[in-house]
Ligand binder design. Structure first.
Ligand SMILES: *Cc1c(COP(=O)(O)O)cnc(C)c1O
Length: 464
């Protein structure tokens, strides 16, 4: 399988190079040259497979020819051994034909573990084969950093540096990062905001001398391998609820558009999906672009679902690539416009193409809390604010009630004790694996918001 950049001016690469590159060097995102497709019979034969066996079948077509199948199976098994539920991503019923897909049973209690755990295995395997070492540098407002650290800890070929805004993450989120004491893990508490952290990572990436000196790599959600790993659970839920013999709909709490893009990919691969509902909180750039055809960046409003508080939804570029019939020059055009004026207008055809496949719904803070309360009252299940945005949107965009609706539950409620406590009275307990989180030793260094000082720190510590 070869991969092409959405902006058409970077070399075509194979899977392993796409994995290590992250972003294409023309600023675009990598997409497979075409979509591998399963027949109805093949999908019917997925029924009853374990999550791991299904994962093997879904991701195998992307990995290319010269991969050792036994090694792939072993990586998948190792990735999901860290999950605390035998089904990996279990389905829970909320109402008639209404389901929750629980994606938060991994080591850091958010859905990002599903992809990141596999990414850790993939990186390790490729780096060993190439006898190469890398330095992963990332910025986080919470969930991505902890999932990445947990996936990369203790690996010989990888050093990981995660910048978080000092005193601006929740204590659970900070401790999930700073209590990992492996020698290859480095937490930087930056004296600044999340945007400052992100700006520094971007500046380091654009500093070619530095990037090459430390073999810098990224793990943010534009990495194709993360999208690929997330396709699996759409098939897992879909087949459990009757696909390919009946269509299924999904609602996805969305920020960077990675998770819901994986649903689009599942549909391209043959899963009969009736509707994909984009659920946003008050940071509603995606809802607005569906309603108006104009993608326009505004300022971020902090909400109780912070992992969806975004301005620019980076994976949306992958959808645009298909919406514009894979015309890379059209993508360069809209992305230039975005960079110069903070906005672009979709062509009529692209807007229609997207509306045929997606619905979108914005959920405000009051409804987020009342939905946590409502689900708890009706079912006894406690859901987190991100999942609640999804459930509320799924109710608004329900459509045909004969079609099963699956809402993706993206975080464990114990990760967001304040909002959940406000809605249901009690703050939920951390699960047993994390019960002593508040008593563990922490390690991090506070650094000023200064590029050269952060670079000097990383150069001094990386083993590359
Ligand atoms: C990252 C995250 C999201 C948003 O996922 P995207 O792939 O960026 O759309 C939603 N919920 C939680 C809990 C997250 O951590």
């Amino acid at each position: 399988m070869k991969f092409v950049s959405t902006r058409g001016q970077a070399p075509e690469l194979g899977f392993e190079d796409v994995l290590l590159a992250g972003l294409a060097n023309d600023g675009g995102l990598y997409m497979p040259v075409d979509w591998p497709k399963f027949s109805e019979d093949q999908i019917a034969a997925f029924a009853g497979l374990s999550y791991q066996d299904l994962a093997y079948r879904v991701i195998r077509p992307y990995l290319g020819e010269n991969v050792d199948d036994a090694n792939v199976r072993q990586m998948i098994d190792a990735a999901y051994a860290s999950f605390h539920h035998k089904a990996i991503t279990p389905l829970t019923q909320l109402r008639e034909n209404d389901w929750l897909l629980e994606l938060y049973h991994g080591p850091t209690l958010a859905f990002k573990d599903v992809a990141m755990q596999l990414l850790g295995q993939l990186f390790d395997s490729v780096l060993k084969a190439r006898q190469k070492k890398i330095t992963i540098i990332g910025a986080t407002s919470g969930d991505t950093g902890s999932a990445a650290i947990e996936a990369m800890r203790g690996r010989d070929a990888i050093d990981i540096f995660i910048l978080h805004p000092h005193n601006r993450t929740s204590e659970v989120q900070r401790r999930q990062m700073t209590t990992v004491l492996d020698a290859n893990v480095h937490n930087i508490a930056l004296e600044g905001t999340f945007d400052d952290c992100q700006a520094l990572v971007k500046a380091m990436f654009n500093d070619v001398a530095f990037r090459n000196a430390v073999s810098m790599a990224g793990v943010n959600s534009i990495n194709w391998a993360r999208v690929m790993a997330q396709v699996v659970y759409y098939f897992y839920a879909g087949v459990a609820l009757g696909a390919p013999h009946r269509p299924i709909s999904f609602t996805v709490p969305t920020g960077n558009f990675g998770d819901i893009l994986a649903g689009y990919v599942a549909a391209q691969m043959g899963l009969p999906i009736a509707k994909l509902v984009i659920a946003t909180n008050v940071n509603d750039i995606l809802t607005r672009v569906l309603d108006t055809g104009v993608y326009e960046v505004t300022s971020v409003t902090p909400s109780s679902s912070p992992s969806m508080d975004i301005q620019v939804s980076s994976n949306f570029e992958r959808l645009l690539f298909d919406a514009y019939g894979r015309d890379a020059s059209a993508i360069r055009g809209v992305m230039n416009s975005l960079q110069q004026s903070g906005r672009f207008a979709l062509s009529t055809e692209a807007h229609e193409w997207i509306k045929q496949r997606f619905d979108a719904c914005r959920v405000d803070e009051a409804e987020t809390l009342s939905t946590i309360k409502q689900v708890y009252g009706e079912t006894g299940h406690v859901i987190d604010p991100h999942s609640a945005v999804g459930v509320a949107a799924s109710q608004h965009c329900r459509g045909d009630h004969a079609i099963p609706m699956v809402t993706l539950a993206t975080a464990h409620p114990a990760k967001f004790p304040d909002a959940v406590g406000k809605a249901v009275g009690d703050a939920p307990d951390l699960p047993p694996s994390m019960a002593d989180l508040f008593h563990r030793e922490e390690r991090f260094d506070v650094l000023p918001n200064d590029l050269s000082q952060v670079q000097a720190y990383i150069r001094g510590k990386t083993r590359v």
